[in-house]
Write a protein that binds this ligand. Structure first.
Ligand code: DGL
Length: 270
């Protein structure tokens, strides 16, 4: 299917909240000619503690909203939503836009690196879905995948506790879990964790690969825009940032994840 008539249309990016701004920030920097619309479902966060069915319901509604805005591509920036909803979003909407999730590019990266054992840290929704384990093991059975839910890391990062005693002890407590013994790589499978990547690398004395999905997701987005001739060659507009529930505190916290000042606009889509 040719999408070339849609090239000037925006990329839609969605997340449970504002953590997905890490992905939006990378798109903004690496694809400065693209228009994008962000949607953070702050009314329903955290997705990490929700059932797969609830996350699917939210993801369908949000995707429909982004498609109504004419999005040519939808990036599911949230790991919990990528785990629960990617397949159902393809079933519903694959003829309307391109979809990118944050799981598959990282899975492919792991496969190409031929590790013996990798660890995955993520929300409960992501670890319960077993998505990384099943996708990696279905492509290469020789790679063992150890999953660990690390739910305290999200509020810790949002509250600004990085690089201090609190983050040091929480990270140490989680990463010393025996399930992660002998891993050669650790996958940071959550929007928020790139912000503590340095601390995690330091915890492992830089002896293992600590991987987040940002760069590989960007490569995937570029590959698809190229393949479908969807690069924007027209006007570049300011990005728009929608949330389903506005608070000043959400707006202030955006500066943890996005390098420029963000103004959030409340949008009720339910
Ligand atoms: N965005 C979520 C993820 O990447 C983390 C925050 C949440 O649980 O809503 O899984």
């Amino acid at each position: 299917m040719s999408h070339s008539d849609l090239s000037q249309n925006p990329i839609g990016i969605f997340d449970s909240g504002i953590g997905g701004l890490t992905v939006a920030n990378a798109i903004h920097k690496q694809l400065p000619n693209e228009n994008f619309i962000y949607f953070g479902d702050t009314a329903h966060l955290p997705y990490g503690d929700k059932s797969a069915d609830a996350i699917r319901y939210y993801s369908i509604k949000i995707s429909k909203f982004l498609l109504d805005q004419g999005c040519k591509m939808i990036v599911i920036a949230c790991n919990s939503a990528s785990s629960a909803s990617y397949e159902i979003l393809l079933d519903f909407f694959k003829d309307k836009a391109l979809f990118v999730n944050v799981v598959d590019p990282l899975v492919d990266h792991v496969i190409s690196n031929k590790y013996n054992k990798v660890g995955v840290i993520a929300t409960k929704a992501t670890t319960n879905s077993n998505v990384y384990k099943s996708k990696i093991e279905s492509k290469d059975q020789s790679i063992a995948v150890a999953q660990l839910a690390t739910p305290l890391l999200v509020p810790m990062i949002e509250e600004g506790f990085h690089h201090d005693d609190i983050s040091h002890s929480i990270i140490g407590k989680y990463l010393s879990d025996p399930t992660l013994k002998n891993i050669q790589a650790l996958l940071l499978a959550c929007t928020h964790y790139p912000l503590i990547k340095n601390q995690i690398e330091a915890y492992f004395d830089h002896k293992i690969d600590v991987l987040d999905s940002t760069d590989v997701v960007l490569l995937k987005i570029k590959e698809l825009l190229d393949k479908h001739q969807l690069y924007n060659k027209g006007e570049v507009k300011d990005p728009v940032f929608y949330v389903s529930d506005y608070t000043k505190s959400f707006e202030e916290t955006t500066n943890v994840f996005y390098t420029q000042k963000v103004s959030l606009i409340e949008k009720s889509i339910w």
